[in-house]
Design a protein around this ligand. Structure first.
Ligand SMILES: Nc1nc2c(c(=O)[nH]1)N[C@H]1C(S)=C(S)[C@@H](COP(=O)(O)O)O[C@H]1N2
Ligand SMILES: [Mo]
Length: 398
């Protein structure tokens, strides 16, 4: 069908029959682009803000254009940013990492020191706990970038934090670490030692190149599967402690006020979640009826994604989507449903299942357990209403 359409359109098409400018002379030489930027035709694939959320851009957030990306790796240049006191300039020369507290030997590492420890490469997603937080009370923001764009997925190169702590020697009384950044906010968080010894990385490269400034250059902490707030940028100090600090970012923030007035606390893991990135409000169907690729992302902080189901009728019927590309634990998984669209209205949903058997809940199921006061950890099923003209809109089905 697609082939037939292309054949009919080709007759007399000057793009086929005439020699074009780009074939009539030379292109740019290899010296024209020492470091490449996206081509000008893709200039709308950019981070975006939500105005009413970002009155102050210093302590603020922007969103990854997930509606316009494909595959699983997020380019650093358009990966969402979240700063509590702005992105800072910190050179490798001025970089120091201190390990102190309940250790045999307090240590300070330079950037060069870190490069001399055995390093690893891992792909992980980083999701702000507030991702989708604006949707608790009902459908609000019109676009996957805004409802689900506080997430990115990169390949990190770094040294296991375990290795550095072993170098310092953890004392028996040490049960937690307190980690902080070099920025004015410091964004201090407590992390239990089991997690730190398991898979946390002191990372200095992302997607093969140095971390961008806004993602914590020269060194950030990677805390796989756990909420983004723990992923300390411009990592400065790690104190081994016998208990948590109960700092601002883990008491007044990053806890969830339940319906009965008590708070859910230490909600570190990001539960399984998914979203259809296209079609979606910022990526409507422009080609009419016939073959349609429905695609999206799924992820779980508890391991691998094992299945993604897609519904075109608001959750009445489900079809298993095709999981494509690399699949890593605690990393984004790309799914596709290759289908035919008859032009009828669709209520598009995706539902993720992870290796623990956990299935992504509906928003209402989440509200029954968590009440209506929450902001963080909203992993409810998202619905896009696609109308016969191909436009899509953020809605909820009951
Ligand atoms: N030092 C420092 N680390 C920080 C923050 C910060 O403001 N300062 N923000 C945190 C939050 S809330 C999130 S969601 C992630 C975002 O990482 P990104 O900006 O690379 O997307 O970084 C975390 N680490
Ligand atoms: Mo965050």
């Amino acid at each position: 069908m697609v082939g037939g359409a292309a054949h009919a359109g080709a007759a007399g098409d000057p793009l086929i029959t005439q020699v074009q400018d780009w074939a009539s002379g030379h292109g740019d030489g290899v010296d024209a682009t020492p470091y490449g930027l996206p081509v000008k035709y893709e200039s709308d694939v950019i981070r975006r803000n939500v105005d009413w959320l970002t009155a102050d851009t210093i302590s603020s957030i922007n969103f990854t254009p997930i509606h316009a990306l494909d595959g699983t790796i997020t380019p650093q240049g358009c990966a969402f940013e979240r700063h509590h006191s702005g992105a800072i300039d910190l050179s490798k020369q001025d970089y120091r990492l201190m390990i102190n507290g309940l250790v045999d030997q307090p240590l300070v590492f330079t950037y060069e020191d870190l490069e001399r420890f055995p390093r690893e490469n891992h792909v992980y997603f980083c999701e702000c706990a507030a991702n989708t937080g604006m949707e608790w009370a009902g459908a609000q923001l019109n676009g996957a970038q805004f409802t689900h764009g506080m997430i990115h997925n990169m390949e990190y190169t770094g040294v296991p934090l375990r290795t550095l702590l072993q170098e310092a020697g953890i004392q028996a009384a040490g049960k937690w670490v307190y980690v902080e950044g070099a920025d004015a906010s410091s964004n201090g968080r407590s992390i239990p030692l089991e997690k730190v010894l398991d898979d946390c990385l002191v990372a200095f490269k992302a997607n093969g190149e140095a971390l961008r400034r806004e993602h914590g250059y020269p060194v950030r902490l990677v805390v796989p599967g756990w909420e983004g707030n723990l992923w300390i940028k411009w990592l400065r100090r790690i104190e081994v402690m016998d208990g948590p600090v109960e700092a601002k970012e883990e008491t007044s923030k990053y806890t969830d006020l339940l319906g009965d007035g008590t708070a859910r606390k230490w909600t570190w893991e990001m539960d399984a979640k998914s979203v259809i990135t296209s079609p979606s409000p910022q990526s409507p169907i422009r080609h009419g009826t016939g073959p349609l690729v429905i695609t999206g992302l799924a992820w779980s902080g508890r391991g691998a994604i094992t299945q993604v189901d897609v519904s075109v009728d608001g959750g009445a019927n489900w079809v298993a989507a095709r999981l494509a590309g690399h699949q890593h634990d605690k990393a984004l998984t790309r799914f596709y449903l290759d289908t035919d669209w008859d032009g009828r209205e669709m209520l598009l949903q995706a539902r993720a299942r992870d290796a623990t058997g956990y299935v992504q809940p509906t928003k209402n199921a989440l509200r029954e357990v968590r009440g209506m006061n929450s902001v963080y950890h909203n992993n409810g099923i998202q619905t896009w209403l696609v109308t016969p003209n191909g436009e899509a809109e953020n809605v909820e089905v009951s």
